[in-house]
Ligand binder design. Structure first.
Ligand code: MSP
Length: 644
C-alpha cells in the first residue's frame, strides 16, 4: 500500500525584521503536526520559508541603507537559524527570491492571464505597506486600517487587476461544500460574510517601486507581493507541471496553517487565483489565534514581541513547545504569562509525566534488575490496556481535527492513569512479598508499556524529552504502528535511567512589585538570604514549596467504619480528580459538599487513612465549638487556580 501523503505549510515570513514568538508559534505547531503524521507512517512535506519582495521590504532596506536583497539574505538567515534553534524539522525552507520560485510565479500569472481574468486599469485607493494590503474606505479610520492598526497611504497608479468579483459565488460554494475548507468555524463565518458582502476586483501590480517580480507581459509593473507569496505553496513542490513529482504527490495541500491576520489572503484571494488557474484548492486553511503581550498582539512594529531566543534561554525547549500547544486551543488567542508556563511545567510535565517515568524506571532498577519483566496477562489490567487503545485513537482524532491542546490533554490524562495504577497496585509493597512476584512483574511491565505508549504519543510535541525516554527504553522503532497492540515492548529489554526529565521551576518571587514576572532562570544560583530567621519562622521558599489550589468536590461519601472521615473526589484542575480522605465528617454531610470549592494542599505526600489512599488535604479552620469549617471559594474561580 502506498502511504498517504500529508502536506502542511506555514506562512512565509516577511524579512523586514527578526522572528518573534508569533512566527515561532505557527512554525512549532506545524512542526508538531508534521512529526505526528510522519510517525503515523504518512509521507509528509512540511514547508516554511521567507517572503522577501514588496514595498515593505524595499522601504526597510532603504531605511538601513542596504539593498533589499542584502536585507532579505540577512533576515531570512535569522528565520532559518531560529527554526534550527527551535528544532523545527521542515522539509523545505523556501525563499521567494529563489529563481525557481520566480519562474513558477510567472507561470501562475500566465494562467490567470490565459483565463481572461487580468485587465489593465487605474487604481486609486488606500494601501498599507505594513500589511501589504489594499483597504476600502469603510475599513480605515484615522489614517489606519481598523483590523490591524497599520498606517495606510493613498495610492494612485496604473495597475493590472484580477477579476476577483467573478469568483464570489464559487467561493461561497467552496466554503459551504465542506466545513473543513476554512477552519475554525469562526474564521469560516467571518470570511463567508466578507465575501457575501461583495468582492471588488483586486489590483495585482504596482509601478511605483521595483522590488518584486516583473510581469512577463509588461515589465514596467511588478507583481503584487501576495500573488508572488501565495504561489510559494506550489513553487516549493517544483511547480504545477505534470512532471513535478512532488506536486503530483502533495498537491492539494492538506493544511495551510496561518495566523488570523492573513485569513483573507488565504481563504479568498488564494482559492480564487487557483480557480482561475484551474488548479485544485487546498483542503484546509486553518487560522490560529494571536499570542498577546498584556492583551496586545505581539508584532515587530509595536516592539512588544518576545524573542524565541530569550525564552529558550529561560526554559527548556520542550517546556515551551508543550506550553504553547497545551495552553490554548489552536483557534484562540493566548496571553503569554510566565507563571502559566511554570505551572504547566510543574504540574503536568514534572509531576505527572516526568515523575511517572522517573519513579517507574527507578523501581524497575530496584525490583527487577532494570529489565522489562517477562509476565502473563491479568484480567485486572484489562481496563488500563483498553484505556491505552482509546488514548491512541483519541489523540489521533484530535490531531486530525487540528486540536493539539486536546491531544496533549488526552495523552497526559493517560499518564495520570498510569500514576494512579502505580498508586493503587503499590509495587513497592508487592516487592516485599515473595508470593506477589508475578503481580509485581505485571504491574511493572504494564506501567513500562504504558510509558512507551504515552511517550510515543507525546514525541511529536516534546521530541527531545521523548527521544531520551525512548532511547533509555531501547526503542528504535518510533512510529505508531507499534501502538496497534499492547505488548510491543520486549521482555528482558534493559531500561536505562535517564536524568530527571523536567526540573520543577520556581514561580517568580517579585510579583508584589508588579513587574512582569520573570521566572527563576535555570542557570541562576539562588542568592543567599542573610537576614536572621526567628525560631518557628519559615522562609519564603519553604512556604512556596507548599502547593495549594482551588479544588471542586465532585463526589463525597462516608468512610465505612469511621465517624470522622469522608472520602472526597476533588477536581484540582488536573486530567483526573484527586482522592482525598478528610476528617470533616462531624462537621459536614457528604451531599452538602458536592459542587463546592475549597482550598486543597496538592503536593502533600500521599498517605493511607483507614486503608484508603489520600492524595491531598483540604484546609479547615477549628471553630470555637470544636467543629471544623472548610476554607471555601466562590464558583467564579476555576478548579486548579493556585493559592499563594
Ligand atoms: N508574508 C506574509 C505571509 C505570506 S504567506 C503566503 C506575512 N508575514 S509575517 O511575517 O507578517 O507573518 C505573519 C504570520 O506570523 C501570522 O500569520 C502568524 O502565523 C504569525 N504571527 C505573527 N504574529 C503573531 C502573534 N502575535 N501571534 C501568533 N502568530 C502570529 O504575513
Amino acid at each position: 500500500m502506498t502511504p498517504s501523503s500529508f502536506y502542511i505549510t506555514t506562512p512565509i515570513y516577511y524579512v523586514n525584521g527578526a522572528p518573534h514568538i508569533g512566527h515561532a508559534y505557527t512554525t512549532m505547531v506545524a512542526d508538531a503536526l508534521a512529526r505526528f503524521h510522519r510517525m503515523d507512517n504518512e509521507e509528509v512535506f512540511f514547508l516554511t520559508g521567507t517572503d522577501e519582495h514588496g514595498l515593505k521590504i524595499q522601504r526597510s532596506a532603504e531605511a538601513r541603507g542596504i539593498s533589499p536583497q542584502a536585507l532579505a539574505d540577512e533576515n531570512s538567515a535569522k528565520f532559518s537559524d531560529t527554526f534550527k534553534h527551535l528544532g523545527i524539522d521542515y522539509d523545505r525552507f523556501i525563499r521567494t527570491t529563489d529563481p525557481a520560485h520566480k519562474e513558477v510565479v510567472r507561470a501562475m500569472y500566465d494562467r490567470l492571464l490565459a483565463s481572461g481574468d487580468v485587465y489593465l486599469d487605474h487604481y486609486a485607493g488606500w494601501y498599507s505597506a505594513s500589511d501589504e494590503a489594499f483597504y476600502a474606505e469603510d475599513e480605515i479610520a484615522d489614517g489606519c486600517a481598523i483590523s490591524s492598526g497599520s498606517k495606510v497611504e493613498w495610492v494612485e497608479e496604473q495597475s493590472y487587476f484580477f477579476k476577483l468579483s467573478a469568483y464570489q459565488d464559487r467561493l461561497i460554494q467552496w466554503y459551504d461544500e465542506n466545513n473543513a475548507n476554512v477552519q475554525p468555524e469562526r474564521a469560516r463565518n467571518e470570511i463567508r460574510s466578507f465575501v457575501q458582502g461583495g468582492l471588488k476586483d483586486l489590483s495585482i501590480s504596482r509601478t511605483t517601486f521595483n522590488w518584486g517580480i516583473e510581469l512577463p507581459n509588461d515589465p514596467a509593473h511588478v507583481l503584487y507581493v501576495w500573488v508572488d507569496a501565495l504561489t510559494n505553496y506550489i513553487s516549493a513542490l517544483g511547480g504545477f507541471g505534470e512532471d513535478s513529482e512532488a506536486y503530483n504527490k502533495f498537491w492539494p495541500c492538506n493544511v495551510h496553517l496561518i495566523g488570523k491576520d492573513i485569513l483573507r489572503f488565504h481563504a479568498v484571494y488564494w482559492p480564487a487565483f487557483l480557480m482561475s488557474a484551474e488548479l485544485p484548492l487546498p483542503k484546509t486553511v486553518f487560522a490560529h489565534g494571536w499570542w498577546l503581550n498584556d492583551g496586545v498582539k505581539m508584532s515587530k512594529s509595536l516592539n512588544n514581541s518576545i524573542s524565541p531566543k530569550d525564552l529558550t534561554d529561560t526554559y527548556d525547549l520542550d517546556v515551551l513547545r508543550y506550553f504553547f500547544m497545551r495552553e490554548i486551543p489552536l483557534g484562540n488567542d493566548g496571553n503569554f504569562d510566565h507563571s502559566r508556563v511554570i505551572l504547566r511545567n510543574n504540574a503536568e510535565l514534572a509531576d505527572n509525566y516526568g515523575n511517572l517515568v522517573n519513579r517507574t524506571f527507578k523501581m524497575l532498577k530496584g525490583f527487577a534488575a532494570g529489565k522489562a519483566p517477562s509476565t502473563s496477562a491479568c484480567d485486572e489490567d484489562a481496563a488500563l490496556i483498553e484505556s491505552a487503545a482509546q488514548t491512541v485513537a483519541q489523540v489521533r482524532a484530535h490531531v486530525h481535527a487540528l486540536a493539539p491542546h486536546a491531544a496533549l490533554e488526552t495523552a497526559l490524562k493517560f499518564s495520570s492513569e498510569l500514576n494512579v495504577y502505580l498508586q493503587t497496585n503499590q509495587p513497592w509493597k508487592l516487592a516485599k512479598d515473595e508470593t506477589k512476584a508475578e503481580r509485581l512483574a505485571q504491574v511493572l511491565y504494564n506501567t513500562l508499556e504504558g510509558i512507551r505508549v504515552v511517550t510515543l504519543l507525546l514525541a511529536p510535541f516534546i521530541p527531545d524529552t521523548c527521544g531520551r525516554v525512548l532511547t533509555a527504553m531501547k526503542q528504535s522503532q518510533r512510529d505508531f504502528s507499534t501502538l496497534e497492540s499492547w505488548g510491543f515492548l520486549e521482555a528482558g529489554t534493559v531500561i536505562d535511567t535517564p536524568d530527571v526529565l523536567f526540573a520543577k521551576l520556581e514561580l517568580p518571587k517579585d510579583e508584589e512589585e508588579e513587574q512582569a514576572p520573570a521566572p527563576v532562570k535555570k542557570s541562576k544560583k539562588k542568592k543567599k538570604d542573610n537576614s536572621p530567621q526567628q525560631p518557628g519562622e519559615i522562609d519564603f521558599p519553604t512556604f512556596q514549596s507548599v502547593e495549594m489550589k482551588v479544588g471542586k468536590v465532585l463526589e463525597a461519601q462516608k468512610v465505612d467504619g469511621s465517624e470522622k472521615l469522608l472520602k472526597l473526589m476533588i477536581d484540582v484542575g488536573e486530567p483526573t480528580p484527586r482522592q482525598v480522605v478528610s476528617g470533616i465528617a462531624k462537621s459536614y454531610e457528604p451531599e452538602a459538599l458536592v459542587g463546592r470549592q475549597f482550598a486543597v494542599v496538592t503536593n502533600l505526600k500521599p498517605a493511607k487513612l483507614f486503608g484508603i489512599l489520600s492524595q491531598g488535604m483540604v484546609l479547615a479552620v477549628d471553630r470555637p465549638d470544636g467543629g471544623l469549617e472548610l476554607t471555601e471559594f466562590s464558583e467564579a474561580l476555576a478548579p486548579g487556580s493556585r493559592i499563594s
